[in-house]
Design a binder for this molecule. Structure first.
Ligand SMILES: [Zn+2]
Ligand SMILES: [Zn+2]
Length: 379
């Protein structure tokens, strides 16, 4: 992807401001990390945002057109580019992570509608993984999930200073939260506004800092939550727990907690979607004569009529005995593969019967008596 701002937005050099705004809205729709599967979405989004910021600012656009992309970026890094908005060190950083992106997203999709950067931001989503066994995935369960997460500091209610602390307007920014610097550069006098470092943009200084959170307003706590695991959940699926993520700024909503469910392999059952597969050992006489056999499921044993003349390796389907379908009615099927077990020990009577069986079928089997004797003794 070209770094040129016009290329990034896919507009021509003489595009109107409206065309640029429209191209930018398009980029928001395509690359917002909440809607895009593109792994580079956030990066592309930031670039589009940067491109739009420059190209919709008349003064900056004029400088950009004059200097070209590289020189402009260099000049900007040194703080030598004018314009209405604050400048960061990184030409594409824009000072923000996902929350910053969320701000812009909200402007187009009805989350806020305000251009203000000081609007309180909602908390980050947090992620954790939780392992369950297949039987739990079958029945569903309420499980305790423990996470270590940032929470609003109780002692100061998230303000960062104890209640009733004396305060005064920040002398550095005159209580404005922003400072304006005027610089003499090769391109003339440039004005630059930036967030006041003394007060962090709040415009107010407090005489005391909350000792519990050291002024952050946030502390890390271990939290134990009840997660409702629905029957039929699959490996890798995610449960979203509303409002259980990181706290939002100054009363804005919390992020969510995303719990990725990992379903452990089971020794007896193999899962394929909503179907299950299991192996069932049967004896040679059962295979020959047929029998009613009992098959284990997660809901107890079910009986199954084996036909006479069943071959080893044959698979039977028990309809509706598989996994529950997630948030739907019904269950998948259980496939039972029978395996005829060849005995490796025989008592005297069994050996004679089997020899007689072979003889009756016209088979001339050389029986090594020592083989069975040795086996007998070893048990
Ligand atoms: Zn200040
Ligand atoms: Zn505190």
């Amino acid at each position: 992807m070209s770094e040129d701002f016009y290329d990034i937005l896919g507009v021509s050099q003489d595009a109107s401001e409206d065309e640029i705004e429209e191209a930018y809205r398009e980029a928001v729709r395509n690359y917002h990390p909440d809607v895009s599967d593109d792994p580079d979405a956030e990066e592309k989004f930031k670039k589009a945002k940067k491109a739009k910021e420059v190209l919709t600012d008349e003064e900056k656009r004029r400088q950009y057109d004059q200097m070209g992309h590289e020189r402009f970026s260099e000049a900007e890094k040194r703080g030598g580019v004018g314009g209405g908005r604050r400048q960061g060190g990184d030409p594409f950083g824009g000072g923000g992570g996902v929350n910053d992106v969320q701000d812009i997203f909200d402007q187009f999709f009805g989350g806020g509608g305000s251009q203000s950067r000081s609007r309180p931001q909602s908390g980050q989503d947090l992620k954790t993984t939780f392992e369950i066994d297949l039987e739990t995935a079958y029945h569903g369960a309420e499980k305790e999930v423990t996470i270590n997460r940032p929470e609003t500091c109780d002692d100061c209610d998230g303000r960062g200073h104890p209640p009733g602390t004396d305060s005064r307007a920040c002398p550095r920014c005159d209580g404005q939260g922003q400072v304006t610097q005027v610089q003499q550069t090769a391109f003339g006098r440039m004005q630059q506004r930036s967030t006041c470092r003394r007060c962090g943009g709040e415009g107010t200084l407090y005489d005391e800092t909350c000792s519990t959170c050291r002024g952050d307003g946030v502390v890390r706590n271990e939290a134990t939550l009840q997660a409702e695991i629905p029957p039929g959940i699959r490996n890798g699926q995610t449960l979203r727990m509303d409002g259980e993520g990181a706290p939002g700024d100054r009363g804005a909503r919390n992020g969510d907690l995303l719990v990725e469910i990992s379903v452990a392999d089971h020794p007896d059952f193999e899962r394929n979607g909503d179907d299950l597969k299991t192996r069932q050992p049967i004896s040679f006489p059962q295979a020959v004569f047929g029998d009613t056999i009992e098959v284990e499921t997660f809901d107890g044993t079910v009986e199954f009529d084996l036909e006479a003349g069943t071959q080893s390796g044959e698979t039977f389907r028990l309809k509706g005995k598989g996994m529950p379908r997630l948030r739907r009615r019904g269950q998948g099927d259980l496939y039972v593969q029978v395996q005829v077990v060849t005995p490796d020990t025989l008592n005297e009577e069994q050996r004679e019967a089997l020899e007689a069986y072979a003889e009756a079928g016209g088979e001339d089997v050389e029986v090594d008596r020592g083989f069975f004797d040795r086996l007998k003794n070893s048990f």
